[in-house]
Design a protein around this ligand. Structure first.
Ligand code: FNR
Length: 367
């Protein structure tokens, strides 16, 4: 059957993947309230389209940290993509390059920064988990820089791993035929099976829980790459990120996998945008599945969005072609949303093109 939207890949992935792997990709933390809310909150935002505007030409191109891309839709870091498909991150890198957009490679990828660089040209960011051993971190950042990665997405919402109950029940661990390739040479590439989530135990052993704002400054002493702070959901932290030299902010709740009962990212976005006051770009990830979602995020002030789960589900269903099709469908849907809203370029998308449930009720004129 023909795939006509991004969500359909999840159904196929669920049929194809072993339960332990599907559950790892799909799950959120605890009650998974935020997981549902990441989607539901988009559905409460409605459009105020403008009509009779010549939309025969639409320009969706944009620039992120100085790099021109085909559309404001990019790929978020998701760990261990070779569990979904043998080509894993290679397939994702090729699909992103073919679609003219940015891929973010996870620290916990099953392909190394060098391997991904070898797939050919493409703009790529590297997502960083800061390990307790700072030599490991410096080496990794230097390798990413040498391999041509253009920015560091520093994940700041994971001092400990959120409680994902399916992973605990399944005793989730990276299958033994795979390794966390970036750490292979450092003897940190394997994940033991434990009587818990193996990933939670691995993270508890390696990830530095003391990570704090001073480390954002420290990171700038070991790399000249711009730093995107990934995992901000309050205005207060957005201001601190600017004060500590962030080149951009990713409003993210880690796909609802960390602290449950944080708001949907699309709900938190405007507070962050207002605090930032245009000083640095603000991006969003979490629950983006439709071109209309992309439009809503841009109307609320995002410079672009990232997608997580759709990539791993499409990989599971159809490898590189699947990821390419996800990007293509979002591209086409977003273009259509722009046309039907009367917007010819990204800068024409404004707050007035949407209404939210936190907007003051509009005065209804009494005739
Ligand atoms: C993630 N995410 C994530 N984030 C990160 O900084 N490093 C990582 O290694 C991972 N790994 C990862 C694996 C899987 C399976 C998922 C679902 C998510 C979070 C990711 O970057 C992003 O914030 C969310 O996935 C965005 O939400 P959606 O698009 O999945 O709803």
């Amino acid at each position: 059957m023909e795939i006509t939207n991004v969500m359909e890949y999840e159904t196929i992935a669920k049929q194809k993947l072993p339960k332990m792997i599907y559950d790892y990709y799909a799950s959120g933390a605890e009650d998974q309230w935020t997981l549902k809310e990441n989607r539901n909150a988009f559905s409460r935002i409605l459009f105020r389209p403008r009509i009779l505007i010549d939309v025969s030409k639409i320009d969706m191109t944009t620039t992120v940290l100085g790099f021109k891309i085909s559309m404001p839709i990019m790929i978020a870091p998701t760990a261990m993509q070779k569990m979904a498909h043998p080509e894993g991150e290679f397939a994702t890198a090729r699909a992103a390059a073919a679609a003219g957009t940015i891929m973010t490679l996870s620290s916990w990828a099953t392909s190394s920064v060098e391997e991904i660089a070898s797939t050919g040209p493409g703009i790529r960011f590297f997502q960083l988990y800061v390990y307790k051993d700072r030599n490991v971190v410096s080496q990794l950042v230097r390798r990413a820089e040498r391999a041509g990665f253009k920015a560091i997405a520093l994940t700041v919402d994971t001092p400990r791993l959120g409680r994902r109950e399916a992973d605990i029940k399944n005793r989730f661990a990276l299958p033994s035929y795979l390794t966390l390739k970036n750490f292979e040479g450092l003897d940190l590439g394997k994940m033991d099976k434990t009587d818990d989530s193996g990933l939670a135990s691995y993270a508890a052993g390696q990830v530095d829980r003391s990570l704090n704002w001073k480390d954002v400054k420290w990171l700038q002493t070991i790399t000249s790459l711009p730093i995107l702070v990934k995992g901000v959901i309050t205005g207060e932290d957005a201001i601190l990120a600017i004060q500590h030299g962030a080149a951009g902010i990713i409003v993210s709740n880690h796909g609802a996998r960390q602290l449950d009962y944080v708001p949907a990212t699309i709900t938190a976005l405007e507070e962050v945008v207002k605090a930032v006051q245009g000083r640095i770009p603000v991006f969003l990830d979490g629950g983006v599945r439709r071109g209309t979602d992309v439009f809503k995020a841009l109307a609320l002030g995002a410079s672009g969005v990232f997608i997580g789960r759709p990539v791993v589900f499409a990989l599971a269903a159809d490898g590189e072609a699947g990821v390419w099709k996800v990007l293509q469908m979002l591209h086409d849907e977003f273009e259509l949303t722009m046309a039907l809203s009367g917007c010819r370029s990204l800068k024409e998308i404004t707050r007035n093109h949407i209404m939210t449930d936190w907007d003051a009720p509009r005065a209804v004129s009494r005739l």
